[in-house]
Design a protein around this ligand. Structure first.
Ligand SMILES: [Fe+2]
Length: 235
């Protein structure tokens, strides 16, 4: 008799967790850190492995964690996509604007780069558009570098497709981007570089211009060209 009672007790204990799981409310979908699309040392020597590891594993993770925390604390934000949050960033608390921007910008940034061997060149269509807007690829790079070096403090420099279908260089402070309602120059980003010191300080220290020069070695032109074609097709 004692053995039967014990068996029943164990059976009920074993059943409890699955019952609890079945009755639990599903957890809201949380934003997650995307894996780097290459090894941390793939962008050497332009960007060193230690910088990439800290930048991705610590800085980007911190934006994701802070965004999840802020969204979980505000029922009005539940279920909104990252793109929806970014588009109305100016109406949201600073913690959401900054961390949604941080998550979007870095997710975009990792895919903007490739190893030097795979950097490639702009597609013919993008090369033509760059020449039309800036004169040449070299003059475009010089203007992009100037925008990046002039960004005071922390921020980003972008190549965007504007509403007029033209390419333009713009810069945003902090973790803002050209998709935000608050952006001075709005458009679809196809290329973006992170000019926060955390992106380059270990290797380049104060030499942001050298970082901006070296960065061209690891621009994934196939991806940038794909984004350009996509942006033009949506118009
Ligand atoms: Fe960053």
């Amino acid at each position: 008799m004692k053995r039967i009672v014990l068996s029943l007790a164990f059976a009920s204990l074993a059943a409890a967790p699955s019952l609890a799981l079945a009755q639990a409310t599903p957890a809201p979908a949380a934003f997650t850190l995307p894996a780097l699309p290459y090894a941390a040392d793939a962008l050497e020597p332009a960007i060193d492995a230690q910088t990439m590891t800290i930048h991705h594993d610590k800085h980007h993770q911190a934006y994701v964690d802070a965004l999840n925390k802020a969204v979980a604390a505000d029922a009005a934000l539940a279920g909104q996509s990252l793109e929806q949050l970014v588009a109305r960033a100016g109406t949201l608390p600073a913690v959401v604007r900054n961390n949604a921007g941080g998550h979007w910008n870095h997710s975009f940034f990792w895919k903007t780069m490739a190893s030097p061997a795979q950097a490639g060149a702009p597609s013919p269509a993008l090369a033509t558009a760059i020449a039309d807007s800036f004169g040449s690829l070299d003059t475009f790079k010089a203007a992009f570098k100037e925008a990046g070096t002039k960004r005071f403090g922390s921020g980003w420099v972008w190549l965007i497709v504007g509403a007029d279908g033209k390419l333009a260089i713009t810069s945003t402070p902090n973790q803002d981007n050209p998709l935000m309602d608050v952006a001075e120059a709005k458009g679809t980003p196809i290329l973006g570089n992170d000019v926060w010191e955390h992106a380059y300080y270990l290797k380049y220290q104060n030499r942001r211009g050298d970082y901006l020069d070296g960065w061209w070695q690891v621009v994934n032109w196939a991806e940038v060209s794909r984004r350009y074609a996509q942006a033009m097709a949506k118009r």
